[in-house]
Design a protein around this ligand. Structure first.
Ligand SMILES: [Zn+2]
Length: 358
């Protein structure tokens, strides 16, 4: 296959082929192995070591002898559905895995990830379903063409996961659209940032993990952070924008796709880490955006923060339109900027970095 490359102004070549491969692979929360395996293979020649744990979390690392450790986490899992029962007519009944928009499913093709490989289905729709504003996941029925329950169960097991039958497409102005850019782009970013930090000569221990389970249990971030025992952590995830659909900037901040990585201010995010991130962006002459939020971030950052003796963390987000829909929209430029910013950040840390506020 011809290698496709996106060339942003700074001359760094993003591996779009690998990014699009990740975005075309199913990874419903709890069933992330296919994506994790691709990341494991990809990172073999880009890190000092690459490890997989019992959950399937893949962690790549450089400078593991250093006593100061920074952990970057992007989650590999995506939202979707899980088969809970098969009707007498052979249609599949499902529950939600993570925060789905139930009304986006009727009338769409889906993939069911079975032990025998992917099989396809159509989500039943009718005017009565389309008009049901209270539609629940348990109201959905997936038609796989089976003659009856017995026929369906030759192919499908209860617990099999389901995603939309969609991959990634390029839009204008370096934008891409696809299913679950949240947060396979984050998993991609942390790995490329680690590789770049190694190239640039980062001195501290740098760890990048593609976590499992963020959309449901947070188990991947918990396992990894508990074991790496980082001095600082960065969650890399997507965030809402105010540049579409009338989403209020009072809720999201004034955030737009294509305008750079988003730094978050909230009560638990570490202000000195944000300062270092801002200094790095300034050094790179990179445009960044700021969001402010109360309480928890709703990301792996919250989980890592509460492991061990406590871990200071920051959140770097990629602006994303239509989050948790089959056609999320993000920007390749923002992805590349996040990689550059995080690589610079890792290089800015030293064994003497002191995060005490006074
Ligand atoms: Zn996410």
């Amino acid at each position: 296959m011809k290698r496709q490359c996106f060339r942003p102004q700074k001359g760094v070549i993003m591996n779009k082929e690998f990014l699009y491969d990740l975005l075309s692979t199913g990874s419903v929360s709890g069933n992330e192995t296919a994506v994790e395996k691709k990341i494991y293979d990809y990172m073999q020649d880009k890190a000092d070591c690459v490890a997989v744990d019992e959950l399937g979390n893949v962690t790549a690392a450089v400078n593991t002898a250093s006593s100061f450790r920074v952990l970057l986490a992007g989650h590999a899992d995506e939202i979707g559905l899980m088969v809970t029962a098969v009707g007498g007519d052979g249609t599949l009944m499902v529950t939600n895995i993570g925060g789905i928009y139930t009304t986006t499913y009727p009338g769409h093709k889906v993939r069911i990830y079975t032990n025998k490989g992917v099989i396809y289905g159509a989500v039943a729709n009718a005017r009565s379903i389309a008009k049901n504003n209270e539609l629940k996941a348990s109201d959905l029925r997936i038609d796989i063409g089976a003659k009856d329950k017995e026929d369906a169960l030759k192919y499908v097991e209860l617990g099999d996961t389901v995603t939309f039958d969609t991959d990634v497409r390029e839009l204008l102005n370096d934008c891409i659209t696809g299913r679950a850019l949240d947060d396979r782009i984050g998993a991609y970013i942390v790995m490329e940032a680690l590789a770049k930090a190694k190239e640039k000569g980062a001195s501290v221990g740098c760890y990048a993990v593609a976590t499992t389970g963020e959309e449901t249990t947070g188990n991947g971030a918990y396992f990894t952070s508990s074991r790496v025992k980082p001095n600082v952590a960065i969650a890399v995830d997507v965030t809402y924008t105010s540049d579409n659909c009338g989403i209020s900037e009072a809720l999201t901040g004034d955030i737009a796709v294509g305008k750079g990585p988003v730094i978050c201010n909230n009560p638990s995010i570490h202000k000195k880490l944000n300062r270092i991130l801002r200094d790095c962006a300034e050094k790179l002459q990179m445009e960044i955006q700021t969001e402010a939020a109360n309480g928890h971030t709703g990301t792996d950052g919250d989980t890592m923060h509460r492991t061990g003796a406590g871990v200071p963390f920051a959140l770097v987000s990629i602006p994303l339109r239509y989050m948790h829909n089959p056609d999320e929209v993000g920007s390749l430029k923002d992805i590349q900027d996040c990689i550059d910013l995080l690589a610079e950040f890792m290089c800015a840390l030293t064994e003497d970095t002191d995060l005490r506020p006074f």
